[in-house]
Design a binder for this molecule. Structure first.
Ligand code: ZN
Length: 156
């Protein structure tokens, strides 16, 4: 790793320790060229596997950006968005899976978003679940109201 001060390509580790929760290792480094010190952190990356098979690091900012789009014009503030992002990330990390399919990320967003704002939820769900007809919306609204999805009445 380059020295962030002088770009020297080499550095010396002077101290290594786990973070309190054991989820990462921090290394204190010293640059032999300029003598300055800096700290690096090594941790497991939570990866998201897209349908195309490509994986990318999980990004809470990306989640929040997507939800923010769905919340346009709705009474949802940045604080609520940040909290939702945190809930989604905690839920995903809580699964203990290091590589999570992107559709499960979408599912993890829908729950808290439904509690936050129903209109934003419907907008997000319409994109995420590729709604094609009014029936799709009607079914989702039924679910939001706590009822069963609309379907044929049971006979007998
Ligand atoms: Zn340096």
């Amino acid at each position: 790793m380059h020295c962030p001060f002088c770009r020297n390509p080499d550095s010396r580790v002077i101290d290594s320790r786990s973070t309190e929760d054991g989820a990462a290792i921090r290394r204190r480094r010293s640059c032999p060229e300029c003598g300055k010190r800096f700290t690096t952190q090594e941790n497991v990356l939570l990866m998201v596997a897209k349908r195309s098979g490509v994986t990318e690091p999980f990004s809470r900012e990306k989640i929040i950006a997507g939800v923010r789009r769905a919340c346009q014009g709705r009474p949802v503030d940045e604080d609520a968005l940040a909290k939702l992002g945190q809930r989604v990330e905690e839920a995903i990390r809580g699964t203990g899976i290091a590589e999570i399919p992107s559709n499960e990320v979408g599912l993890a967003i829908l729950g808290p978003l439904g509690e936050l704002d129903e209109v934003a939820y419907l907008r997000f769900a319409s994109v995420y679940r590729s709604f094609e007809s009014l029936d799709d919306f009607a079914r989702e609204i039924e679910t939001l109201r706590g009822g069963q999805p609309a379907g044929p009445a049971p006979s007998g």
